[in-house]
Ligand binder design. Structure first.
Ligand code: FPP
Length: 237
């Protein structure tokens, strides 16, 4: 039986988050500049987005640029921003054809004007699409998001807060917590990604470097998730 057919449709994660790691190492292994790795990372993004929608995932969050990534060389940061702008521009049609809504989380004000403009146009254009929501985490970190939420609450003079109430101040308001978080490249860290939201998320680590990540890798992660016994701190019923 093909791997994809082994997926149990009734037990699909609604939301998958991915830390796309290993672009630099992939390029270095080939004797190329790091940017070459990011360019090939875009191919993996395209295939993963299409595959996730085909499988029936409702939310896919990709960690594309962290708050800490601003500290990389100017050359690499510029190349990443340029790649983002051109990819969003080129792929908006693919998103429309596949009925996929684009959204973004993070400190988006830090992005270059051109990038913000391209992003906002794509978000606006795709806003009525229903099959899947693709969320790009850009200039994002979990701690930034939590502090940002607290500051918004202080401004609103909130007196007391519940978990549900606090979630309304996060960038992910209205989005279910991810059931599955995938990280590529063999690193076993969270690296400031969705800190609040991953309280009960299943973690999946693979040695595959991001530019090599394909549909079968996504399917393998989902099949592994479906074998897990999720108890949320309770005992087995
Ligand atoms: C991590 O690899 C990857 C990034 C910091 C950037 C991810 C960006 C892309 C895949 C391209 C653009 C994305 C979209 C959504 C259009 P790394 O550079 O940390 O690799 P290393 O750990 O091997 O150095």
């Amino acid at each position: 039986m093909a791997l994809t057919e082994q997926i149990t449709k009734e037990n699909l994660p609604k939301h998958i988050a991915i830390t796309m790691d290993g672009n630099g190492r992939w390029a270095e292994q080939k004797g190329k500049f790091r940017v070459f790795g990011h360019q090939n990372g875009v191919k993996a993004v395209r295939e993963t987005v299409e595959s996730a929608a085909e499988i029936g995932i409702k939310f896919l969050t990709l960690y594309a640029f962290s708050t800490e990534n601003w500290d990389r060389s100017k050359k690499e940061v510029n190349a990443l921003m340029t790649l983002l702008i051109s990819t969003i521009n080129k792929e908006t049609k693919t998103l429309m054809d596949n009925n996929i809504r684009l959204d973004a989380i993070g400190d988006l004000d830090q992005l270059p004007e051109k990038c913000k403009k391209e992003l906002n146009q794509a978000i606006e254009k795709t806003k009525s699409n229903k099959r899947m929501t693709l969320i790009l985490a850009l200039s994002y970190s979990g701690r930034w998001e939590i502090i940002n939420a607290v500051n918004k609450m202080i401004l609103e003079e909130a007196k007391q807060v519940t978990e549900e109430g606090f979630q309304q101040y996060l960038n992910t308001k209205g989005v279910p917590d991810p059931e599955l978080l995938i990280r590529t490249s063999g690193e076993k860290r969270i690296s400031n990604f969705l800190l609040w939201q991953i309280a009960y998320t299943e973690l999946y680590f693979t040695d595959t470097l991001w530019p090599d990540f394909r549909k079968e890798d996504l399917v393998a992660a989902i099949l592994d998730y479906q074998k897990r016994d999720r108890r949320f701190g309770k005992t087995i019923a």
